[in-house]
Design a protein around this ligand. Structure first.
Ligand SMILES: C[N+](C)(C)CCCC[C@H](N)C(=O)O
Ligand SMILES: O=C(O)CCC(=O)C(=O)O
Ligand SMILES: [Fe+2]
Length: 413
């Protein structure tokens, strides 16, 4: 029974399920939904040609013999204090089969030729079976447009508790993972405080723009961000082979008009394209596009390029994980045959139309004290043109470290 519960909760929660789970404060994540098998002897085993079939509550699970030997958790094979493998996988006979197979005390026990014994808890096997994982999402998300984001009424974290209380950081990260944006309020309007806030969740990713950057419309760099011009929705550092994962902004000062920040959930728009025109979605996910940053000024010389499709999708479950969309920084298309080029422009237009629907635009005015974290692999940002002195500080964060912090809190990322 407990195993069944585990099986029902764990696979990819769909949008509606996610929303109602959030509302009812039910567990959303892998670690929170894990339910251990209580009964020891409800498994049956069948030895097949190259795998073992384990029947343990849900759908039959199949484990390849080499996989089983490779995943042995005995001290000789695995160091459970460092969580690293000791075993040399290349030493396993690829036609290995166990001499003996039994189930004892909720564990599968295998004796291999030569006498080595491997034990696996049945619940661990259930968690790690292909049958359990094939449909699961790596990153559950709630896709939004302006209306649904506002209706969700997500609270901002507050500086005082954010700096002192881990639960506040956990809640903040939960929202960040689900929506791709999250706010911390009441932050002192300084670069130092902004840096301190980011260091509660991650390491700062230093780039050519610096570690913490503070910029204004002074044209100090060869980029339109350093002007008073409006900027259409885009993701940053599209010209990196690995675009920065997270962007942090804090407006320290604005004496003038305009300059609101535009936010658009790129995955929401791209999923619309996937539903309406799968062939266009596929073009955007396959055709390689180069982005480029060429800067040649007195103080800075840069030539960065990043090549990849606009939409990046995990091949095993079709889940989107990265959108690279920046029409300013998109470079020459010269590695795509002309007939594909035409079709790509049609697909790009459809995505752009979705991204530009007014109902998808969330506008916020960043004011001193309000720090925003933006998932730069998912949510686009832009701004209104503005007048007067406007000073923005912030930084990029290393994605791996943000996700690591989230996992340490038991969140699924
Ligand atoms: C954020 N900061 C002002 C430091 C840099 C802006 C980089 C702008 C560039 N066009 C891009 O989209 O990547
Ligand atoms: O000025 C802004 O609000 C944002 C500019 C921008 O797109 C950037 O700095 O990445
Ligand atoms: Fe930007």
């Amino acid at each position: 029974m407990s195993v069944m519960l585990h099986r029902i909760l764990r696979p990819a929660l769909k949008q509606a399920q996610l929303l109602s789970a959030v509302k009812n404060k039910q567990p959303l994540w892998r670690h929170e939904t894990m339910v251990r098998a209580s009964s020891a002897c409800d498994a049956t085993i069948r030895s097949l040609e190259d795998c073992l079939e384990v029947n343990y509550g849900g759908a039959p699970m199949r484990f390849n013999y080499v996989w089983l030997r490779d995943h042995c958790r005995s001290d000789a094979s695995y160091n459970s204090s460092t969580n690293q493998r000791n075993l040399d996988t290349a030493s396993i006979d690829l036609s290995i089969r166990p001499d003996n197979t039994t189930v004892q005390d909720g564990h599968l026990v295998l004796t291999w030729p030569g006498g080595h014994v491997s034990k696996y808890s049945l619940s661990w096997l259930a968690e790690n079976s292909y049958q359990e994982n094939k449909q699961s999402t790596i990153q559950p998300r709630i896709l939004w447009n302006s209306d649904t984001y506002k209706k969700a009424n997500i609270p901002s974290a507050k500086w005082e508790s954010f700096m002192s209380c881990d639960d506040e950081v956990k809640n903040f990260l939960r929202n960040y993972l689900l929506y791709g944006i999250a706010f911390v309020d009441d932050v002192p309007a300084t670069v130092e405080a902004t840096e301190a806030v980011t260091q509660r969740v991650s390491l700062i990713r230093e780039t050519t723009y610096g570690r913490m950057w503070c910029f204004t419309s002074d044209f100090s760099r060869g980029d339109s961000a350093y002007s008073q011009l409006g900027l259409d929705r885009h993701t940053d550092t599209s010209y990196f082979q690995e675009p920065c994962g997270i962007q942090v902004f804090h407006c320290l000062k604005h004496e003038g008009t305009g300059g609101r920040t535009l936010l658009v959930d790129g995955f929401y728009a791209a999923e619309k394209v996937r539903q309406q025109s799968p062939e266009n979605f596929e073009l955007l996910a396959k055709v390689p596009i180069r982005h480029e940053y060429i800067e040649k000024s007195e103080n800075h010389r840069n030539h960065m390029t990043g090549i990849g499709p606009i939409l990046n999708v995990y091949p095993w479950n079709d889940e989107m994980y990265l959108i690279r969309y920046n029409n300013y920084d998109r470079s020459v298309i010269n590695i795509v045959p002309h007939d594909l080029v035409r079709r790509w422009y049609v697909a790009h237009r459809e995505l752009t139309n979705e991204l530009r629907r007014p109902e998808n635009e969330l506008w916020v005015k960043l004011t001193p004290g309000k720090v925003i974290f933006i998932d730069n692999w998912r949510v686009m940002h832009g701004r209104d043109s503005f007048t007067g002195l406007r000073q923005l500080c912030g930084c990029y964060l290393t994605r791996d470290d943000v996700l690591s912090s989230a996992r340490v809190f038991g969140l699924q990322a």
